[in-house]
Design a protein around this ligand. Sequence first.
Ligand code: HXC
Length: 514
Amino acid sequence: MTGKLHELEKLRNAALLGGGKDRLEQQHEKGKLTARERIEILLDEGSFREIDMFVKHRGTDFGLDKASFPGDGVITGFGTIHGRMIAIFSQDFTVLGGSLSETNAKKICKIMEAAMKMGIPVIGLNDSGGARIQEGVLSLGGYADIFLLNTLASGVIPQISVILGPCAGGAVYSPAITDFIFMVQNTSYMFVTGPNVVKTVTHETVTFEELGGAETHASKSGVAHVVGENEVQTLYLVKKMLGYIPQNNRDTVSDEPFVEAELLLQPDLDSVIPESSTLPYDMKKIITALADEGDFFEIQDRFAENIVIGFARIGGMSVGIVANQPAVLAGVLDINASSKAARFVRFCDAFNIPLLVLVDVPGFLPGTEQEWHGIIRHGAKLLYAFCEATVPKVTVITRKAYGGAYDVMNSKHIRGDFNYAWPGAEIAVMGPKGAVEIIFKKEIAESADKANEIDKKVTEYIEKFANPYIAAQHGYIDEIIKPSETKHRIVEAMRLLKNKVDRNPKKKHGNIPL
Ligand code: HXC
C-alpha cells in the first residue's frame, strides 16, 4: 500500500505543477497569479476539493500526443466562501495557454451540471487563449456545451465570471451569458476579434488594453460589472458580492445582525435636496445614508453613470438598489442606463432579492442619437423588467418623476408594493417649462410680455402639478414621508414584504424587447 500511496502522491504533485515550474514563474512575471493560487485566495482555507485532477486530453494532431498534462489546463472542484458551498473552475494558462479542449470543456460542464443539481453558485476564473486550435471542431463543440449550460443555469444558480487574462473570440460568450463579469486592471482583456484582425478589417490601430481591457469594458461597453485594481482585490470583491446573493433561485439571502438603533431618524437627509429643483445632487449620498454602515456594493459604477445599481444591506436585509443619479445628465434615462438597470432588476427578481428604487428622473433622453439607436427598444427593457418582477419592490421618489419615466421607475401601476415620495417630489407628465409652452402656447403668443407670461404659468403649473399630493390623492403614492424617516419606512416595508407572494401568468417565457 505504501507504494501505491507514494504513487498517488507523485501523480498529485505532478498535477499541481500544471504546465511546469518555468511556466508558473512566467505567469508571475506577467503580474498574474497561478490558477491554483487564485482558488486558494478566493476560497475558505483548506476547503477546496478538486475533481478530475488526472483528466487528460485525447488530441493527437500537431504534436498534442507529446504534450499531455494532468488536469488538461483547467482546475475544477468545489469549496466554500464564507462557509457557503460553491463550484469553481480555474483555467490554467501554463498548460497550452489555458486553451479549451474537448476534455477541458467536459470538466467545466461536469461541475456546472453538478452545481445546478446542488443549487450552488458557479464561479469561473478565466485565463485562456480560447479554443484549443489543435483540436479544431471538438474544441468549438466544447464551448457550445458550456454556452448551453450557462443558458440553462441562468436564473437557476448565480454564475460569476472573473476574467484574469485573455478571453477572446467566441470564448467571450460564456462570461457574457453569466450574471456578473469581474475584470482586473491591466492584465485581463476580452474581445471578439483581436487587434490584428481589427487592423486588417477596419484599418484601426488599437492596443489589447484599448480594445478590450478592464478600463474599456468598465466605462465604454458596460461588459465588465466590477473591476479590481489587482487580482487579489478582484477576488476579494467577488467574495464580498457573494454575500448579497443567495445560493440559488429557491433560496433567499440570510439577514445579517442589525442594530435597531440604526433606524433612528436621519436629519441630514432632510437637507440633501437643493432648494432649486434644477440643481444636481449626488444620489449616492442618499444610498450610503440608507445602507447599513454606509456600505454600498456598486455594480457597473463607471458605465451609464446616470443610473446607479448595486447591493446593500438595509436593516440587515440584502437589497438590490436602482437609483437615478441627478448628478449625471440630470438622472435622465437613456439607452445604456435602461439596459444596465434592466439586467440588474432581472437578476434580483430571479434570485429573490428585494428591490429598492430611488427616483429622481426628468424623463427619457431626447435626440436623434438615442432614437436612432433604439431608445424605444432599450427603454422598454427597463419597463418590462420592473413590470415582470415579483420580488418585494419599494420606491422612494426623492424629487422628479416625470413622464413615461415615472411609470417605468417601479411606479404603483406596475406593482410597486410601497411607493413613497418626499414632500418636494414633482410628479407630472412633463417639466413645468416644457408643459407650459405646450398647453399655454396661444396665451404666451398673444401676451405682450412673453417672459412674464411664461413665469406666471410656470408658477401656476408647479403649484398645481409639480408636487406629490395629486399622486397621493389617487393612491399612486402610499405615503409622503420626510427624508429623515426614509430608512425606517424602507425597513418596515421590507419586513412586511418578507413573505410576499406574487405570480406572473404561466408561460414558456416572456419576450423581453432585446
Ligand atoms: C492552443 C494555445 C492557444 C490556443 C495559446 N496557446 N493559445 N494553444 N490553442 N488557442 C499556447 C501557445 O502556443 C503557447 O504554447 C502557450 O499557449 C502560451 O501562449 P503565448 O502565445 O506564448 O502567450 P502570450 O504571448 O501571453 O499570448 C497569449 C495569447 C496568444 C494572446 C492568448 O497565445 C494568442 O493569441 N493565442 C491564440 C488566441 C486565439 O486566437 N484563440 C482562438 C480564439 S477563437 P507554447 O508551448 O509555445 O508555450 C476561439 C473560438 C471559440 O477561441 C469559439 C467558441 C464558439
